[in-house]
Design a protein around this ligand. Structure first.
Ligand code: NAD
Length: 289
């Protein structure tokens, strides 16, 4: 298959490389020279603009920073420039309204489009073990599956267009909440004379178990290996968690959903970001307690 891949950053770079490994011809474009030459080293064909990259392709995959960029790339250079038969897959994490708007514009030009945001960080992008949550019609989902599978551990059809983004923002709001709760519980244990490793041994097998505690323990040297063991370098940046929380808060306001803990988690990550912690893994909230 001929696939155009737009946005070859931390996530997109590894994802495009996995499409090459699966035998696809990958036309790569990124505004950053460095990202583009890394993609070339990984076997992608580099292009100097989106319009040329999408000529004659069967599918377009994008992995871009935010909704405004996704909208401008698709409306300016993909829709009406890629063949109408090309399937469009946006894997970026963006707001639901923009995902639906861009898909509607794509539909008017004859394209099938899916929103397919991912769970799993840079290691999963490199290793081809991302979980994709896909929004789109049944037909578009069936077309999207073989494109996404070489990059995936799981490809799940969440529902109609936009449903992938809804799943992603809800998942990450929950993740932020249990990460903060896990940090607080570890610290509370320590301050009351219980060794944190002992608390981990108990709670990870008791009703407190959750992914942040069991698989990504945010206290250095305690429990499972995580970025905490490396001064919170790598992993999932707090700034990206804040971005996802803000998407969730905007959707909560628009839909009238009550999200008291989500709101508080947003305030906590906002303050951490303001204090300069945005580049650190999101488990670094532990260091503020
Ligand atoms: P990144 O900043 O490393 O990569 C984005 C890339 O897009 C950059 O290389 C940038 O040069 C390129 N770009 C920006 N504007 C462009 C344009 N107009 N045309 C072409 N290229 C353009 O970000 P990332 O960490 O790879 O994240 C990408 C998306 O994946 C985001 O939406 C993010 O929320 C989501 N995500 C990230 C993670 C993670 O752990 N990093 C996990 C899940 C989802």
């Amino acid at each position: 298959m001929k696939i155009a891949f737009i946005g070859l950053g931390n996530m997109g770079g590894g994802m495009a490389a996995n499409l090459v490994r699966a035998g696809h011809e990958v036309h790569a474009f990124d505004l950053a020279e460095e990202a583009l030459s890394r993609a070339q080293e990984n076997g992608c064909a580099p292009y100097t603009n989106v319009r040329e990259a999408v000529q004659g392709v069967d599918a377009v995959v994008s992995m871009l920073p935010n909704g405004a960029i996704v909208k401008s790339v698709y409306t300016a250079d993909v829709i009406g420039h890629a063949p109408a038969s090309a399937l469009l897959l946006d894997c970026s994490t963006i707001d639901v309204a923009t995902a639906r708007e861009v898909a509607a514009l794509a539909g008017e030009a004859g394209h099938d489009m899916v929103d397919a945001p991912v769970s799993g960080g840079i290691a999963a992008a490199n290793g081809g073990t991302l979980t994709f949550m896909v929004g789109g019609t049944d037909e578009a989902f069936e077309r999207a599956k073989p494109v996404l599978e070489p990059m995936a551990k799981a490809v799940i059809h969440a529902g109609a267009i936009g449903a992938g983004q809804v799943a992603k923002m809800c998942n990450n709001m929950l993740l932020a909440i249990h990460m903060i709760g896990t940090c607080e519980a570890l610290k509370l244990a320590e301050k009351n004379g219980l060794d944190m490793q002992m608390f981990y041994e108990i709670s990870s097998k008791a009703t407190g178990y959750n992914w942040s505690l069991n698989d990504y323990t945010p206290a250095p040297g305690i429990g499972a290996a995580s970025p905490a063991d490396n001064d919170y370098q790598g992993g999932f940046a707090s700034a990206l968690m804040l971005k996802d929380l803000k998407l969730a808060m905007a959707a909560a306001e628009a839909s009238g959903a009550k999200v008291a803990l989500g709101k508080h988690a947003t305030e906590i990550y906002d303050a951490f970001n303001e204090a300069g912690g945005g580049g650190k893994d999101f488990g670094a909230i532990f260091t503020t307690l």
